[in-house]
Write a protein that binds this ligand. Structure first.
Ligand code: AMP
Ligand code: MN
Ligand code: MN
Ligand code: MN
Length: 287
């Protein structure tokens, strides 16, 4: 039997719907991915599996291969790190409980962010952000950013993060997410593959990055994003090399959130370099 060349499959294994901080409903996101030529897709909402049944059903109706996914927020050495879980069982109890605990505290954090912004002269941002929230359990910085753009405070979401929502800025409130071995453990116990998300985005020294990858691997992680929406072309090469060195498989994902906000469209990234093994290499769904 012929099998397709895994490197040529248009896989997009990282994006967000209105169930977390994306703006499209799961069905609309799936339709958009399909229309842009995506052949293997995963919706990976932050700390949420609430969109999985809808996304899977929509993908099936279009004949597009689908794997359930999630992006879990982790605190590691004081930094926020993201771990994507692919091919997880979206009904797995310990995974569901783990991410529910990770979501817990988002509202309180959002209120503190709003208080802190109010003290800096910007009132009403909690209510403002809430108007953009699709899932009351998932208020994120992105919703604050959209509100601050819409109210004319900044010209785009990137500017809001730079001026208000990153460490040291008036609206930044540090938060404790899941621990790295926990998040990886929930994913693998739910039958999934743990993927280190956008490793090029973390503000870590080379040594710290290696320590992170080492701990990720020791916890059971087996892949990292190489070609993704937040990496530059140079970083595709750099992380392909790192993936090889650490014996990790490689993933590809746009991290799409919104048709206007997102720099990278669904399914539009270059293919993975030949030097790495795609995370979907031996997935039955990708044959
Ligand atoms: P939170 O989980 O509430 O801390 O929000 C994190 C989300 O904010 C990420 O998943 C991105 O969607 C978004 N984000 C983080 N940094 C930036 C940035 N510099 N520009 C635009 N969006 C960002
Ligand atoms: Mn996001
Ligand atoms: Mn992320
Ligand atoms: Mn993401």
């Amino acid at each position: 039997m012929n099998r397709r060349d895994p490197w040529r499959i248009n896989a997009d294994l990282h994006c967000h719907s209105s169930v977390s901080d994306g703006t499209l409903e799961p069905e609309a996101l799936v339709a958009r991915a399909h229309a842009r030529g995506v052949e293997l897709f995963s919706l990976t909402d932050h700390d949420e599996l609430g969109g999985q049944a809808r996304a899977a059903e929509a993908a099936q109706a279009l004949g597009m291969a689908y794997v359930p996914g999630v992006e879990i927020s982790v605190t590691w050495a004081g930094e926020t790190i993201h771990v994507v879980g692919l091919g997880v069982d979206p009904t797995d109890r310990s995974l569901l409980e783990g991410i529910a605990r990770t979501r817990d505290g988002r509202e309180e954090r959002a209120r503190e962010m709003a208080d802190s912004l109010a003290a800096a002269g910007i009132p009403g941002t909690f209510e403002g952000a809430l108007r953009y929230v699709g899932n009351p359990e998932l208020i994120s910085r992105t919703h604050f950013a959209r509100h601050l753009v819409e109210s004319g405070r900044c010209s785009d979401v990137g500017e809001v993060f730079q001026r208000y929502l990153t460490e040291g800025k008036p609206g930044f409130v540090p938060h404790r997410w899941a621990k790295l071995p926990q998040a990886v453990g929930w994913i693998t116990a739910a039958g999934g593959t743990a993927v280190l998300a956008h490793p090029g985005r973390y503000r870590l020294s080379e040594t710290a990055l290696w320590a992170l990858i080492e701990e990720f691997r020791e916890s059971g992680g087996t892949a990292m994003e190489v070609v993704c929406g937040s990496h530059t072309r140079d970083q595709y090469g750099r992380f392909a090399t790192l993936a090889r060195e650490f014996g990790l498989r490689a993933s590809r994902g746009s991290d799409f959130h919104d048709p206007v906000e997102s720099r990278v469209e669904l399914g539009s990234l270059p293919p993975l370099p030949d030097a790495v093994v795609p995370v979907w290499y031996d997935w039955p769904v990708a044959r």
